[in-house]
Write a protein that binds this ligand. Structure first.
Ligand code: F6R
Length: 355
């Protein structure tokens, strides 16, 4: 079914498959667009990313890269309030592709009220407007995408700050983008299912609730897989982290009822990593009860491996959408919820506190 090009173009008429595949080009274009911007010096403190959904994922990936390469520390908050410990030495980056997400706007306004250094990223909306009136630098990303399909553009400003604070990352980035462009050729629709890991994984997940496990540095990638499966394939899916899940979830897997409803996917750590054996043992135990999909790390180099897994998960989610016969683009449920919040007045609340 996945090898039928007519089916693909019928089910994915807006060609999200191609848009997700353009991740390396989006990053390159995004990096070139901000190269000479005035804000590209990393702060002396930390970077706090505020955002939700497909926009916030850019922050998760930046967090992982900052931690791995020792660049500026990046923290992500997905709440309408900013943490009390954000200080004058920090930089707050509000990312909202639409520029109209309530949580992000609320956190941004709070940051303005506290006179914090800010940068905003999006394709317009209130975020761009407020930035302009308040004199906050704004990175415009191209319009016309769904937020989750503009990841490369949203990530580029963060990569710029990170690369300026880590020469190791700066050096690794061009090669990573080249490798990404090369490996995606193995996952494109023209490669038949027997030779195409993206199609094979989607096939294994059909009819199940996928649960994606990743090692801590790949937490953002595991979340991306989950959210792409949710939004593109319109399926329940969750993500979790190993080895932590060895201390709780494993009991449910081995001793709970009906595990066959679920499909564990293990994003494997490098074979020389301290936790590789934990993953192997978990795999063996899970296989006593359910089929397990194990996804090897495709490159030893961290940024390359990270981006490759992101792209692989994106394509898996579109192939699963094709198998399920659902258009990957619309997310009517998110739109309904946003509309209900606007109409119900929830978005105007000025109450203090985290919730
Ligand atoms: C839609 C998507 C959503 C949005 C989220 C926040 O493609 O991925 O998760 O990203 O609803 O909206 P934005 O990104 O516009 O702030």
């Amino acid at each position: 079914m996945l090898d039928d090009p007519d089916r693909l173009s019928r089910i994915d008429p807006s060609e999200l498959m191609g848009t997700f595949s353009s991740l390396p080009e989006q990053i390159e274009e995004g990096l070139a667009g901000v190269r000479d911007a005035a804000w590209t010096h990393p702060p002396s403190g930390r970077v706090f990313v505020v955002g939700m959904g497909g926009s916030a994922i850019a922050g998760d990936l930046a967090h992982a890269l900052g931690r791995w390469y020792g660049g500026v520390e990046v923290q992500v908050t997905r709440t309408p309030r900013i943490p009390p410990y954000v200080g004058q030495e920090d930089l707050l980056i509000a990312i909202s592709y639409s520029g109209n997400t309530w949580e992000t706007l609320s956190a941004f306004r709070q940051a303005l009220g506290r006179d914090l250094s800010c940068l905003t990223v999006g394709s317009g909306g209130e975020l761009a407007e407020t930035s302009s009136t308040q004199g906050v630098p704004h990175v415009f990303v191209p319009p016309g995408f769904v937020p989750r399909a503009a990841l490369g553009y949203l990530l580029a400003p963060l990569l710029t700050l990170l690369a300026r604070s880590s020469t190791r990352l700066e050096k690794a980035l061009p090669g990573a983008l080249t490798d990404l462009g090369r490996i995606r050729e193995e996952w494109v629709p023209a490669v038949p299912t027997e030779e195409n890991p993206a199609k094979a994984i989607a096939t294994a997940l059909e009819g199940k609730v996928p649960i994606i496990y990743g090692p801590p540095p790949y937490a953002g990638v595991a979340r991306r897989w989950q959210t792409q499966l949710n939004e593109n394939a319109k399926t329940l899916a969750w993500h979790s982290i190993l080895p932590e899940a060895n201390h709780n979830e494993i009991v449910g897997w081995l001793e709970g009822s009906n595990p066959e409803r679920f499909a564990p996917v293990l994003l494997m750590p490098p074979s020389d990593s301290a936790i590789h054996a934990r993953f192997q043992h978990t795999l063996a135990l899970l296989e006593e009860r359910v089929p397990v999909t194990s996804v090897p790390l495709l490159s030893e180099d961290f940024v390359t491996g990270l981006l490759e897994l992101v792209l692989l998960g994106d394509l898996v989610s579109v192939y699963l959408a094709v198998l399920r016969g659902v258009d990957p683009r619309p997310v009517g449920s998110i739109d309904r919820l946003k509309a209900a919040n606007r109409e119900g007045g929830g978005e105007g609340s000025s109450a203090e506190g985290e919730i």
